[in-house]
Unconditional design. Structure first.
Length: 390
């Protein structure tokens, strides 16, 4: 009997070991890791190679996932250095050059390759919960729209784990192509839009480990909300995200810091947008003045060499169009803006003065066009003025 029990135990252990070693993606993984090293310093080249080497979106995302998880080693020295201010391109470049990174590097790399393969992907930022405890440092993972559905990917957790102060490489497929409701047990986005759930989990529920579906909550149509989000400009996207984050409550310092960073981004981007609009308005104003001065100079030469009436009128129409364009762009700059308000007021006055002058020349031109050729010549001896815009 003891021998039978020993045999059964041995069989169970053997079967268990066999089950653990089965990799349903083995063929894809082996092929993906054959990518020429010369191509692996550029996400453009990697995306092109993966796309040409694999036929389906699922296989392509697997190829990107396994290459990152196998090739990029977790940077223990910088594991607490998640920097929201670092540019996306810098995170990607650092990972490809050093073959090391933290969660943000893994996530940005996966999302960039996926997007360049034509697979919509986003980096999701948030925090995690393990063994009943919520971590105190933020984390980043990915979402990708594959074959008509949203899946979640965490190439960082999928690449291995930290034990005794050392990184242990070990592929964990639990974090590849994971259903949102499954990953929600351990991963909480700052912005609940990226939970991809019709009944989003609240911050309090996540802390309590209550991640089961609760249909008593208001229904959240996340596909429609994502579609609406994608139509917004960057500033409005940030504002919408900040609103959703505040709705869930600022339970920890990570959420608070992320919200403050988003608000800072809104201010910075808004200021950049206003400055761009103001500079474009100045350029349009200068072009309008130059066109008007070109008309004046041509008029002073008694419209010689001769041009069709339509071309002559076109000089003033172009001037007027550019000046009106400048006015339109200045609408995006508030008079109360501490940096550009006074400049806007001054520029707007100059534009209005110029537009008045353009209209005077257009009135003169209407009279000119209404006269015969012999009568037109006398109009050049009337009082002239040159508008300089100064």
């Amino acid at each position: 009997m003891k021998k039978i029990l020993s045999l059964l135990l041995l069989v169970c252990i053997t079967l268990s070991a066999q089950k653990k070693t089965v990799n349903p993606y083995a063929a894809i993984d082996a092929k993906a890791l054959q990518i020429p090293d010369s191509l692996t310093r550029s996400t453009d080249k990697m995306a092109a190679w993966f796309k040409s080497s694999f036929a389906t979106e699922k296989d392509r995302t697997r190829a990107a996932f396994i290459w990152i998880a196998k090739t990029i080693h977790y940077d223990l020295d910088n594991m607490f250095a998640l920097n929201f201010y670092e540019k996306r391109e810098e995170k990607i470049d650092k990972a490809l050059k050093t073959r090391k990174g933290i969660c943000a590097n893994y996530a940005e790399l996966f999302a960039d390759i996926s997007n360049k393969m034509g697979i919509k992907s986003y980096v999701v930022e948030g925090y995690t919960r393990q063994n009943g405890f919520t971590d105190y440092i933020p984390h980043a993972w990915c979402a990708a729209f594959v074959d008509g559905s949203w899946f979640l990917y965490d190439p960082t957790w999928g690449s291995g784990y930290v034990n005794g102060g050392k990184f242990v490489p070990r592929i964990n497929n639990a974090y590849y192509e994971t259903m949102p409701k499954v990953l929600a047990k351990s991963h909480m986005p700052f912005d609940y839009l990226w939970q991809f759930m019709n009944y989003p989990i609240t911050t309090a529920e996540f802390y309590q480990g209550k991640t089961e579906l609760d249909r008593s909550k208001p229904f959240f149509d996340y596909p429609a909300q994502i579609a609406a989000y994608e139509k917004l400009d960057r500033i409005d996207q940030l504002k919408a995200s900040a609103k959703r984050i505040e709705e869930m409550g600022l339970r920890n310092s990570m959420i608070f810091d992320r919200l403050q960073h988003i608000k800072m981004e809104i201010d910075n981007d808004s200021n950049k947008q206003k400055t761009t609009l103001y500079n474009e308005a100045v350029n349009d104003y200068n072009t309008g003045i130059n066109e008007m001065n070109a008309f004046i100079e041509y008029r002073n030469k008694q419209f010689k060499p001769a041009m069709p009436d339509g071309d002559i009128e076109g000089m003033l129409l172009t001037s007027e169009s550019k000046l009106n364009s400048a006015v339109k762009k200045l609408e995006g700059v508030s008079r109360d803006d501490e940096h550009l308000g006074a400049s806007k007021t001054q520029l707007l006055k100059s534009i209005q003065d110029a537009l008045k002058q353009v209209m005077e020349y257009r009135d003169w031109l209407d009279v000119y066009f209404g006269k015969s050729k012999s009568q037109r010549k006398g109009m050049f001896y009337e009082k002239r003025s040159i508008w300089s815009g100064k």
